[in-house]
Write a protein that binds this ligand. Structure first.
Ligand SMILES: [Zn+2]
Length: 263
């Protein structure tokens, strides 16, 4: 016989996914003082819900979820999870980079916050597991933990004065800075300034710079002649944990503008 969605084993597996997916109320034990979540089993050719804590069992199962329903549950859960993850990530950025005082949090001089304190002072309910998940899955590695995960900090992008123990390094000869064309006049005049951040951000990857520029408008990528800067005693350059190159400021004479056709 061909296996299909209505095989006992498949129905049992779907029921158990339904019982544990946390979205809808599961079948629970009928004993008044137990109410534990039941587990689906196949017993003598029949689907049975059994209690893991007592001897309660029931064979009457008024609804066995279809494969389609279970797939839609999974989608709902993934969406909720992603939205939650993004929300926490944005919140952590705001607090750990810019406004710890907003919740009465004090970062130490290296930008570290105590995780328990962050959770208890936060207006947003977060669990340590959710924070760990955000740190682990953030594709730009915005945050890191100390060794025992009791402290957390943003890796860069602070607008408050903290020293994130950046590694001072000799940069490649050329670094890239992505911006929008509308900023070019100001950059010609003033060079690259850290503005409301602590450092000017640069990358050794042209395409990353182009993407960054695109977030602010019509993108343009400027090249930074780091060799000339260092020769003139400017710098130093730092590399953050997530690979961003940083320096305090880049005067415009060390910048190479593409399409230098204007005057
Ligand atoms: Zn029970």
């Amino acid at each position: 016989m061909v296996k299909n969605d209505n095989d006992l084993e498949n129905r049992r597996d779907r029921l158990n996914r339904y019982q544990t997916n946390g979205l809808f109320h599961p079948y629970t034990c009928g004993s008044e003082d137990c109410r534990d979540i039941l587990t689906a089993e196949v017993q003598s050719g029949q689907l049975v819900l059994v209690c893991p804590s007592c001897d309660y069992r029931q064979t009457k199962i008024h609804m066995i979820p279809s494969e389609e329903l279970m797939k839609s549950h999974d989608n709902i859960r993934d969406n909720l999870y992603n939205r939650r993850n993004i929300k926490i990530s944005k919140y952590l950025s705001k607090i750990l980079r810019h406004q710890p005082e907003r919740i009465g949090l004090v970062l130490d001089e290296n930008g570290w916050a105590v995780v328990d304190e962050l959770i208890s002072k936060s207006g947003m309910k977060m669990t340590p597991q959710e924070i760990e998940e955000v740190v682990r899955t953030n594709d730009k590695q915005r945050f890191s933990f100390n060794e025992d995960k009791s402290k957390i900090r943003a890796n860069q992008g602070h607008s408050i004065e903290v020293d994130v123990e950046l590694e001072e390094l000799t940069p490649p000869e050329i670094l890239y800075h992505g911006t929008a064309t509308k900023n070019l006049d100001a950059i010609h005049k003033n060079g690259l300034l850290s503005m409301n951040r602590l450092y000017v951000h640069m990358t050794d990857d042209f395409s990353v710079a182009n993407k960054t520029g695109g977030r602010h408008g019509n993108p343009i990528v400027l090249s930074v002649n780091t060799t000339a800067m260092l020769a003139d005693g400017l710098g130093p350059f730092f590399k953050s944990k997530n690979g961003v190159w940083l320096t305090k400021e880049v005067p415009s004479k060390y910048l190479i503008f593409p399409n230098a056709k204007e005057s």
